[in-house]
Design a protein around this ligand. Structure first.
Ligand code: AMP
Ligand code: FE
Ligand code: FE
Ligand code: ZN
Length: 281
C-alpha cells in the first residue's frame, strides 16, 4: 500500500515525522511520502523512522503556489533540497506566513477574540511551517472554539473577512523549479471545490506544458466526477495518476491509506526524478 501525501508537526500535522511513519507502518503501508507544507525539515527524522520501521520513504513537500489568482498546492517529490532557487522560494513562503498570520490575529484581537501571537507560537513547534491550523489550535486552547474544524468553519475559511493571503510561488515557476531540482511535481487535489474554485482543464493544460508530471486523482476532497476528470486529463496529457490520504494526524479526519497510489505510478515518479534524492527503501 502506497500513500504519497502526509503531514507532520513540521507543518500542520499534529504528530512528529517519527510518529507519522510509525502509524503508516502500523496501517500496513509499505511506502509513505512525507509532504509537509513548504518545508523539508522533517526529512531526516522521517528517514530514520522509515529505516527503523522497515518501510520505504518518498521525501517530498507540498508547495504553496498561485495560478491566475487561485491557490494551488503542488506535491513535489524526490527533489534536491539544496537546489538554491527552489530552497529560496520555500523560505520566502515560510517567512511570509508569519506576518500574514499576525495580521489575522491582530484583526481578530481587535474584534474582541481572546488571542495573541504568542498563543499561536505556542502551537507550532520550531521549525514548523506556520499556518491557519496553528491559529485554529490556539483558538481551541483559549476556549474560543471547540475544534480546528469549527475554527475553519466559523472564522478561518478562505472567504472569511479575517482571511489574509501569504506569498505563494507562481505555479508554473514552482513546476519548473521542482523539475530543475531533479524532482517530480504533482498537482495536489486539483479538483477539490469545497473551499475554492477548482482548477479548470485549461489550467491543467498550461501546467502540463510547464512540466507538471502528475495529478492526484484519488483524494477525499474529490467526488467521483473529479476523480474521472483527473484520470481523463492525465491520459490526455500523459500525466502520472496518484491517490493519497493527506493525513494530518488528529488535525483532520483523513486516515492513512484511505486512498493509495498504484505501484506502477510510483515507478513513473521514480523514473521522472533525477536520482539525487532516491526513494529510501
Ligand atoms: P494555510 O496554509 O495557512 O492557508 O492553511 C491551510 C491548511 O489548513 C490546509 O493545508 C489544511 O491542512 C488546513 N485546513 C483547511 N481547511 C480545514 C478545515 N476545515 N479543518 C481542518 N484543517 C483545515
Ligand atoms: Fe495542511
Ligand atoms: Fe493541500
Ligand atoms: Zn496536504
Amino acid at each position: 500500500m502506497i500513500d504519497l501525501h502526509t503531514h507532520s508537526s513540521r507543518s500542520d500535522g499534529t504528530e512528529s515525522p517519527t510518529v507519522v511513519v510509525a502509524q503508516a507502518a502500523r496501517t500496513g503501508i509499505d511506502t509513505v511520502a512525507l509532504t509537509d507544507h513548504d518545508t523539508t525539515s522533517g526529512w531526516a527524522e522521517a528517514a530514520e523512522a522509515a529505516a527503523a520501521q522497515g518501510i520505504a520513504l518518498v521525501r517530498g513537500a507540498e508547495l504553496s503556489t498561485r495560478h491566475h489568482g487561485r491557490s494551488v498546492h503542488v506535491l513535489a517529490y524526490l527533489f534536491d533540497p539544496e537546489e538554491d532557487r527552489l530552497a529560496a522560494q520555500l523560505r520566502r513562503v515560510r517567512e511570509d506566513r508569519v506576518p500574514r498570520l499576525q495580521r489575522i490575529v491582530e484583526h481578530m484581537a481587535a474584534d474582541g477574540f481572546d488571542i495573541t501571537w504568542e498563543d499561536v507560537l505556542a502551537q507550532g513547534e520550531e521549525p514548523a511551517t506556520l499556518g491557519r491550523p496553528h491559529l485554529a489550535d490556539a483558538l481551541v486552547a483559549k476556549g474560543e472554539v471547540r475544534s480546528r474544524s469549527e475554527a475553519f468553519g466559523r472564522l478561518l475559511y478562505s472567504r472569511s473577512p479575517y482571511y489574509e493571503r501569504h506569498y505563494a510561488i507562481p505555479t508554473e515557476e514552482a513546476v519548473r523549479l521542482v523539475r530543475a531540482a531533479g524532482g517530480v511535481p504533482v498537482a495536489a487535489h486539483p479538483f477539490a471545490s469545497r473551499r475554492q474554485r477548482a482548477l479548470g482543464q485549461e489550467d491543467i493544460a498550461e501546467l502540463a506544458e510547464a512540466g507538471l508530471a502528475g495529478l492526484e486523482a484519488d483524494h477525499r476532497d474529490h467526488d467521483a466526477e473529479g476523480r474521472r476528470l483527473a484520470r481523463r486529463l492525465a491520459a490526455e496529457h500523459d500525466l502520472i495518476v496518484t491517490g493519497s490520504s493527506d493525513y494530518h494526524g488528529e488535525g483532520k479526519e483523513n486516515r492513512l491509506g484511505e486512498n493509495t497510489t498504484d505501484p506502477a505510478q510510483l515507478e513513473r515518479i521514480v523514473a521522472a526524478s533525477s536520482g539525487t534524492t532516491p526513494v529510501l527503501r
